[in-house]
Design a protein around this ligand. Structure first.
Ligand SMILES: Cc1cc2nc3c(=O)[nH]c(=O)nc-3n(C[C@H](O)[C@H](O)[C@H](O)COP(=O)(O)O)c2cc1C
Length: 208
């Protein structure tokens, strides 16, 4: 079987997580199948300089959000599973309740029913009891809720370091090894940094 992973990008802030994920999959030689929600087209425009086509070009295959007849809408299309990065509350709530109003949530529902791995980088704070109940329902159905919370032990120097660490940890859940700072392993940063906050400006995702 070809190594394929479905990538869903929904309309929570932090579309950079989806961008870095697609880049990491390409580097790892995994075939990415991308579906982007309508709201994520908004966050793309707010948060990056990428066109819709630039974003789709990062994936091996991409599908329109309304194409509920696409390959990834069927369980007979074999994949390793799916990561939604970032995952909005709305998309998470649909998935928790078996609602499949677009291709992104249909693909996620299929991943769950086929007992494949579904990882949601849910981005919202603070959380309500409704959110937490939905997270529990998904966890009980086998999904993994993995909010993109930064780790500071690796002494990240840039926002991009933090994003790459989060994506590396998410891909670990699929046994896809990427190059990021792991606890207990040598790094170029270790021992060099001080404890002052050193923050470079966020990179601009321009493909001009
Ligand atoms: C700039 C921007 C940032 C947003 N950030 C979040 C967020 O972090 N988490 C969230 O759940 N929704 C966020 N939203 C709201 C969602 O986009 C909205 O609920 C939308 O209906 C989600 O649809 P989708 O899940 O189909 O992408 C944001 C919207 C915009 C325009």
């Amino acid at each position: 079987m070809k190594k394929r992973l479905i990538v869903g990008i929904s309309g929570a802030t932090g579309i950079v997580y989806g961008i870095r994920l697609l880049e990491a999959l390409r580097e790892a030689g995994i075939e990415s199948h991308l579906v982007v929600s309508k709201a994520a087209e908004l966050t793309r425009a707010y948060e990056t300089n990428l066109s819709s086509q630039n974003l789709r070009d990062l994936a091996a295959v991409s599908y329109p959000i309304g194409d509920v007849g696409a390959a990834i809408a069927s369980g007979s299309f074999q994949t390793m599973g799916m990561i939604v990065a970032p995952c909005s509350v709305k998309t998470m709530s649909e998935l928790a309740n078996g609602i499949t109003s677009n291709l992104l949530t249909r693909a996620g529902d299929v991943v769950l029913k086929e007992r494949r791995r579904l990882v949601l980088l849910l981005r919202e704070s603070p959380l309500t009891a409704i959110h937490i109940r939905n997270m529990l329902a998904l966890t009980e159905s086998g999904a993994i809720i993995a909010p993109p919370v930064p780790a500071f032990y690796a002494r990240p120097q840039t926002l991009d370091d933090m994003v790459r660490h989060t994506i590396g940890r998410a891909l670990d859940l699929f046994d896809i090894d990427t190059n990021f700072q792991r606890w207990g392993e040598e790094s170029n940063n270790q021992g060099k940094g001080n404890h002052e906050t050193h923050q470079e400006p966020a990179r601009v995702y321009s493909r001009a």
